[in-house]
Design a protein around this ligand. Structure first.
Ligand SMILES: Nc1nc2c(ncn2[C@@H]2O[C@H](COP(=O)(O)OP(=O)(O)O)[C@@H](O)[C@H]2O)c(=O)[nH]1
Ligand SMILES: [Mg+2]
Length: 221
C-alpha cells in the first residue's frame, strides 16, 4: 500500500477475528490507490497491531459477528465504492480491480463466484450448503448468482440505504435478499478461492460451523 490510497475511490473492508497470520500477505497485495479498513471485533491475537503496522485503518466493533464487523467497516469507509473480502488469505485482493471495473451507475453490486484451487479448499458440507443456498437465490429471488458474494464490490451509499442486515454469518445472504428486494442489478465474476493461509475457520471450516451458519441463513428467509 502506498501514500496515494485515496485516489481510487475504493475502500477495502476486511472483517477479521484472529487473522494476524494471514493479514500481512493480504495487505501487501492490496491494489495501489485502495484504502483498507480492518474491522476487528474480539480478536485475541495482535490482528489490530499487524493491520496498523501495514498501514491499514483499524476500526473496532463491539458487537460480535461477521455482519456487525462488515457494517461497521462500510459505515467508516470514506469512499463511494466499498469492496469486501475475507481476512484469512483465501481470496486475492489483486482480483478486486476487475470487479470494480464492472461497477457502474446501473450496476449496483459486482460479486465474486469462488472457484476453489483444489478439492481441500472448500469443505464438502460448506460447499453443499452454498450450492443449495445459491440455487434458492436464483429460483426464488431471480438473482444471477452461484455463490453467496463472499467477495463483493458495491456503492457505499446504496449499501447503507439497505440498512443494517444480519449481525453474524447470515449477512451475505441477507444482503443478497435485500438487494433482490431493492431491485438491484448484480454482476457475478469468477474469483480464485484458496485454503486459508493461517489460523482457524470461524464459520464453515467445521460441520458444526456450517450448521450454525445454516441456522443463521435460515433466519434470513
Ligand atoms: N470481525 C469479525 N470477523 C469475523 C468474525 N467471524 C468471522 N470473521 C471473519 O470473517 C472472515 C470469514 O471467516 P472464516 O473463518 O474464514 O469463515 P469460513 O471461510 O467460512 O471458514 C474471516 O476474515 C474472519 O476473520 C467475527 O465474529 N468478527
Ligand atoms: Mg475463510
Amino acid at each position: 500500500m502506498t501514500e496515494s490510497n485515496e485516489q481510487s475511490g475504493v475502500t477495502v473492508v476486511i472483517p477479521c477475528r484472529d487473522e494476524a497470520g494471514a493479514l500481512p500477505g493480504i495487505l501487501s497485495a492490496i491494489p495501489v490507490g485502495y484504502r483498507v479498513i480492518v474491522v476487528d471485533n474480539g480478536s485475541t491475537d495482535d490482528t489490530a497491531a499487524v493491520a496498523r503496522s501495514a498501514g491499514a485503518i483499524v476500526v473496532p466493533e463491539s458487537v460480535p459477528g461477521y455482519g456487525s464487523a462488515v457494517h461497521a467497516g462500510i459505515r467508516a469507509a470514506g469512499t463511494p465504492i466499498v469492496a469486501v473480502l475475507d481476512g484469512d488469505g483465501s481470496m486475492d485482493p489483486r482480483e478486486l480491480p476487475a470487479l470494480v471495473a464492472e461497477l457502474a451507475s446501473d450496476v449496483d453490486m459486482v460479486v465474486g463466484r469462488r472457484r476453489p484451487v483444489d478439492a481441500r479448499t472448500w469443505p464438502w458440507h460448506a460447499r453443499l450448503g452454498n450450492i443449495l443456498v445459491a440455487a434458492r437465490l436464483r429460483s426464488r429471488y431471480r438473482l444471477p448468482v452461484h455463490d453467496v458474494a463472499a467477495m463483493r464490490v458495491a456503492h457505499r451509499e446504496r449499501l447503507l440505504a439497505l440498512g443494517p442486515l444480519h449481525p453474524r454469518s447470515g449477512y451475505p445472504l441477507a444482503l443478497l435478499v435485500a438487494a433482490a428486494g431493492a431491485g438491484w442489478r448484480l454482476i457475478e465474476r469468477d474469483i480464485t478461492y484458496r485454503p486459508r493461509t493461517h489460523g482457524v475457520s470461524k464459520v464453515s471450516g467445521s460441520l458444526r460451523g456450517t450448521l450454525r451458519a445454516a441456522k443463521d441463513f435460515w433466519s434470513v428467509r
